[in-house]
Design a protein. Structure first.
Length: 334
């Protein structure tokens, strides 16, 4: 995608509707899969089934309200009117409050991830001016497909094994109930790295900070403040990363693989890519070719550092996720 994003207010509003539809579909799957062993691991509830329907409805309301505020803020800017202080307060309140709500959601895997997806959506919409809002919904669909794919692999693996093999595997676990990494588990960090780089380049890159449309931060601040504006834009770029890392952490819990071990594999693959781009650094040719080769190397070198920081931040949202146990109605924290 190009670094300069054309202004398209209607696409942002339509993206808000798409995000709501995705959230409703995930919620429907979460609530209508009881009794189906295929979905038990990711759609597990207590016997009293606390649905938290009010919380979900409130998150959907905030997504819709953020779309309305996008239209109002853009209309004021088009008419060259100053944005009302009340509108700025509402936008800041929506952005801040929506990111806290996922912490209050159910601890089931799909329930919590759906809440996280809806929780970051209002902030991302308020900072969007065009196709990047549509990218958020598309990324959510891809991440949901990844979860369903991994859950299907887990279910088919358990079904194909004999009871004696299952009992043997239950004893070969670590003390914290995590199993050891296997060769097939390499697909998890590899998929994570692909999606992580898609999240990075899907809405542009850090080069777009130097040339951005003022309307992307106009909904929060109207006075020129370079540090605050840059902070808002960097946070906007980090939101897709946080979604990918949250899903990655949930999948490691789903498969009971050590999260730290998977992170070390991510570091290993990142170092391999860093060495690859290091040998591609050029000191001849056009300035654009030289700059691109250096930026690719720099991005891969910095990826290891801020991935670790984002892992620590997203742990607030994913550490309480619980996985359903087949054959029982108790819940088990992983």
């Amino acid at each position: 995608m190009p670094a300069e994003i054309p202004d398209n207010n209607k696409m942002v509003v339509a993206s808000g509707a798409i995000i709501v539809i995705i959230g409703i579909a995930a919620r429907w799957l979460d609530l209508h899969s009881e009794g189906n062993k295929h979905w038990l691991n990711i759609c597990y509830h207590k016997m009293d089934r606390p649905r938290f329907s009010m919380l979900f409805c409130f998150q959907v309301f905030l997504v819709g309200l953020s779309s309305v505020m996008v239209s109002l803020s853009t209309a004021h800017r088009t008419e060259k009117q100053e944005l009302h202080v009340l509108h700025q307060i509402i936008n800041w309140s929506i952005a801040g409050f929506s990111m806290v709500l996922p912490l209050l959601s159910e601890n089931g895997l799909l329930s919590r991830l759906t809440s996280i997806f809806l929780g970051f959506a209002p902030t991302f919409l308020l900072l969007s001016i065009g196709y990047e809002a549509l990218f958020y919904g598309a990324l959510g669909l891809v991440l949901m497909a990844w979860i369903l794919f991994e859950n299907t692999i887990l279910y088919l693996t358990k079904v194909s094994k004999s009871p004696s093999v299952r009992n043997l595997e239950d004893h070969i676990t670590l003390q914290n109930d995590d199993r050891y990494l296997q060769l097939l588990d390499v697909r998890i960090p590899l998929t994570f790295m692909v999606l992580f780089n898609v999240a990075f380049f899907g809405t542009g890159n850090f080069a777009s900070i130097a040339s951005f449309e003022i309307s992307s931060v106009y909904r929060f601040i109207t006075v020129f403040s370079p540090f605050l504006m840059a902070a808002l834009l960097i946070f906007k770029l980090f939101i897709p990363f946080m979604l990918v890392i949250c899903v990655f952490s949930a999948i490691t819990k789903l498969h009971r693989v050590p999260r730290l071990g998977c992170y070390f594999l991510v570091i290993l693959f990142s170092d391999v890519m860093t060495i690859h781009f290091f040998f591609l650094v050029r000191n001849t040719g056009s300035w654009m070719e030289i700059g691109n080769s250096i930026s690719h190397f720099g991005i891969m070198s910095a990826q290891v550092v801020f991935v670790l920081l984002l892992f620590a931040l997203t742990n607030l949202y994913t550490r309480s996720i619980q996985i359903g146990l087949p054959g029982s109605y108790s819940r088990k924290a992983v």
